[in-house]
Design a protein around this ligand. Structure first.
Ligand code: BGC
Length: 760
């Protein structure tokens, strides 16, 4: 479906320049329909975020529509069937608009306002069919009016305040503002919705006497209150992800006030802010009359309405919680745009965070349409700004925009991952130009040496050995990371061209990838197989991205990697870049047990340490909260960042053993990896062709693997006893082999000293 033509909706705005810019405005148009309505389609968007009503009834159930796109080039229009809401005779259409991402403050260190435009208002085109065959259009134009309503202020970061005693003020005529309607496009990805509500897990009084509600789960969303009739009473909500000494920890929110305030009116009502979003587990409630009870409020979980399609479970409750936390961090950060975090004054579409999380996201959720739309923004930003920005949609925040490895590489990795997990060749073809532009740009930066060693890099961001205040100072040299990624994305582009491009292009990028690999080996790999800036991440890159020319070098690098992981006492030693690869690299190096020791480590830093601290989402830093309960660098410590949760992909593919073998899971590779004392592991993934299921159980030294294959498809099953892989067809299969008993899985060795000897 496309937008109706000719498009008649204009941008209309309020005329009072003294208004508080954060005040949402209500726009209205009354109209008469001279006959019975047989069909009515409302095409609607806004410069800002909007909610609409037709004859007093809510239109749709979208939250923060039209979402966030690179508005300069792409401005999304939502379509609603409103036939059931319109009547013969008098009708009225109301649209309330708040600043949202379009004009509201965005970004860190104070951020910037009006990043996409100064004028805020709706753009509406309503097409109505009447029973007599006539059709009529009601579009936003000079005949609309505006007023202020009960919402006094709304900001994505700072929260919303409303006075429910207020009704709409006087209606004024609008002003029509020039707007380039050629950037409008019809939404084809799911909107943000209220997905579920959570009742309080507990309500406590803090040491300072505040009422603090714990919803038991860190989420993105807001709180819905059942307000009493108590005209003039002000109830205030503050939100936070964690507590410090029993009080809300507000420091990690930095410049986001995350504060909602409502003045009660005559009647008792359910109230929820409309135009803000918070990342929180706890809410402090001030001003409530008497004692607040568990039925008086709910946390409303909001995110892009993407279907959950993948599952994982095993016999270790802590790994299950880790996996659950990963799922919640995906939910908390897929709020129209894939963001870094949902709580502080940031919430940006950081490209590096997404690319490392792609295989996990695409296994767990049908995020294809959402991310496909985001990739269109990435391409638009890349053309407009001359490179792939570190966050998309991009707006300037001060530092000059330069290409950054592992972040800009999202231009290639994200579309390729979508293709691998959803199998749509046309979509891959659509994103090919942006993929090409990125690889060509990096090739030019690297020049004839093929070594990309200039410019600003973020490298293995947040590696635990990096100083807290300098997260880019990882052990892995950021330049080594940059060239490794160059080889990787040139290679992926060659593969993408093989599927959706031309043979000439495929050869060109395959040759480029080979040349970069040779250059990497010549520059950064010793003859024996050590890699410059030795660290778990450097070896993980070298082993997983095929950067080591000889078998001997691979073997040596693998041994070095295992040695380093032992030296680290099987504590995690990787940041954003190494984390998705480290377990695969260890398995590749013959260290299945080392991978499991890393996975099941509970001391800080590790994946399970946050679980021991009560985490319900993935943290930004391995030690965001230290064992003593203090926060590590509170001005950059989010408790809901998905990047380090990229390990869930390893849980799906290797621990349970369900990996895509052909694009879109048209075939899978079943390669279970028993270990870690696990008695069983299982995973499932739904596809349009049916559901895949893999489960293995260990009873003593017998391993039973069950595989469910959808009709018409096949799986390749490779058992861990080394027997030849077997192809199995549709149906349910049970395969058995001898394996090590769970009870015989080795315990984690103790820490080593710096010479590699057991530390006493
Ligand atoms: C964000 C990250 C991001 C990083 C890169 C941070 O502030 O939260 O997740 O990738 O900056 O500089």
């Amino acid at each position: 479906m496309t937008l109706p033509g000719p498009w008649r909706g204009e941008l209309v705005v309020a005329t009072d320049s003294d208004l508080d810019p954060e005040r949402p405005i209500r726009f209205r148009r009354s109209f008469v329909l001279p006959g019975q309505v047989t069909a009515a389609q409302l095409f609607i968007t806004a410069c800002g975020v909007f909610e609409a009503e037709a004859n007093g009834q809510a239109v749709g159930d979208h939250v923060l529509a039209p979402g966030w796109t690179s508005y300069h080039d792409r401005h999304r229009v939502m379509m609603h069937d409103v036939a059931g809401l319109l009547v013969e005779g008098d009708n009225v259409l109301d649209v309330t608009v708040a600043e949202g991402w379009y004009r509201g403050r965005l970004g860190f260190t104070g951020g910037r306002r009006a990043n996409f435009g100064e004028e805020m208002g709706p753009i509406v085109h309503l097409v109505v069919q009447l029973a007599d065959g006539a059709s009529t259009v009601v579009a936003s134009d000079a005949s609309w009016q505006w007023a202020t309503g009960p919402i006094l202020r709304a900001s994505l970061y700072d929260g919303e305040s409303a006075d429910l005693r207020l009704t709409d003020s006087t209606w004024h005529d609008v002003r029509v503002v020039p707007f380039d309607t050629s950037v409008l496009f019809l939404a084809s990805s799911p909107p943000v919705r209220r997905i579920e509500t959570l009742a309080p897990a507990s309500i406590e009084t803090s040491p300072s006497g505040r009422v603090i509600v714990d919803f038991g789960q860190n989420i993105a969303g807001r709180v819905r209150l059942r307000l009493p009739s108590d005209p003039g009473r002000t109830v205030t909500l503050h939100h936070a992800e964690v507590l410090q000494e029993g009080e809300l920890a507000l420091e990690p929110l930095r410049g986001a006030a995350a504060r909602d305030e409502v003045v009660c009116g005559e009647s008792s009502v359910e109230w929820e802010p409309a135009f803000t979003m918070h990342g929180f587990r706890y809410a402090q409630v001030d001003g409530w009359p008497g004692e607040i009870g568990p039925d008086d409020l709910r946390a409303v979980v909001c995110h892009t309405d993407m279907e959950p399609i993948g599952t994982f479970r095993c016999s270790d409750p802590m790994l299950n919680r880790l996996h659950e936390n990963v799922r919640w961090s995906a939910k908390g950060n897929f709020v129209d745009v894939p963001t870094d975090c949902p709580q502080r004054d940031e919430r940006l579409g950081w490209t590096g965070d997404l690319q490392v999380f792609m295989p996990t996201a695409c296994f767990l959720f049908d995020c294809e349409a959402m991310l496909g739309s985001w990739l269109d923004d990435l391409a638009a930003d890349q053309v407009r700004h001359g490179t792939v920005p570190p966050w998309v949609p991009y707006f300037e925040l001060g530092p000059p925009l330069v290409p950054i490895a592992a972040w800009g590489d999202a231009a290639v990795i994200v579309p390729w991952a979508l293709y691998e997990h959803f199998g749509d060749v046309e979509r891959l073809r659509r994103h090919l130009p942006a993929m090409r532009r990125w690889v060509e740009q990096v090739a030019e930066l690297a020049g004839p040496t093929h070594i990309w060693d200039r410019g600003l890099q973020l490298g293995d961001w947040l590696e635990p050995a990096a100083p807290s205040e300098q997260p880019w100072k990882a052990r892995a040299d950021a330049k080594v990371v940059a060239t490794a990624y160059h080889a990787h994305t040139a290679d992926l582009l060659a593969r993408a061209c093989a599927v959706a491009g031309t043979p000439e292009e495929r050869d060109r990028y395959a040759d480029l990838a080979a040349a970069v690999r040779r250059a990497f080996a010549a520059e950064y790999v010793t003859e024996a197989g050590r890699v410059v800036s030795e660290s778990p991440t450097t070896y993980a890159l070298a082993l997983c991205l095929d950067l080591l020319p000889t078998a001997a070098q691979r073997a040596h690098a693998g041994a070095r990697l295992r040695h380093l992981v032992h030296l680290d006492g099987h504590h995690i030693g990787t940041g954003f870049v190494g984390t998705p690869l480290i377990c695969d690299a260890l398995v590749e190096a013959g260290g299945v047990d080392d991978a499991y020791h890393l996975l099941t480590q509970t001391e800080c830093p590790s994946w399970l340490y946050p679980i021991t601290m009560g985490a319900t989402t993935t943290w930004e830093r391995w030690d965001a909260m230290r064992p003593d309960g203090s926060l590590n660098t509170p001005e950059m410590t989010s408790f809901n960042h998905y990047a380090l949760g990229a390990v869930a992909d390893f849980l799906h593919r290797r621990v349970a053993g369900l990996a895509p073998r052909e694009p879109g899971y048209r075939s899978i590779a079943v390669r279970p990896l028993p270990g870690g004392g696990l008695a069983f592991a299982e995973a499932s993934r739904r596809t349009p062709a049916g559901e895949w299921r893999v489960r293995w159980d260990r009873e003593g030294a017998e391993l039973t693997v069950r595989v469910q294959v959808p009709d018409g498809l096949t799986a390749l099953v490779e058992l861990p006893d080394g027997s030849p892989a077997a192809e199995v067809g549709a149906g349910t299969h049970e395969l058995r082999c001898r394996t090590r008993a769970a009870a015989d899985d080795p315990p984690r060795p103790g820490p080593l000293d710096r010479h590699g000897r057991p530390a006493s």
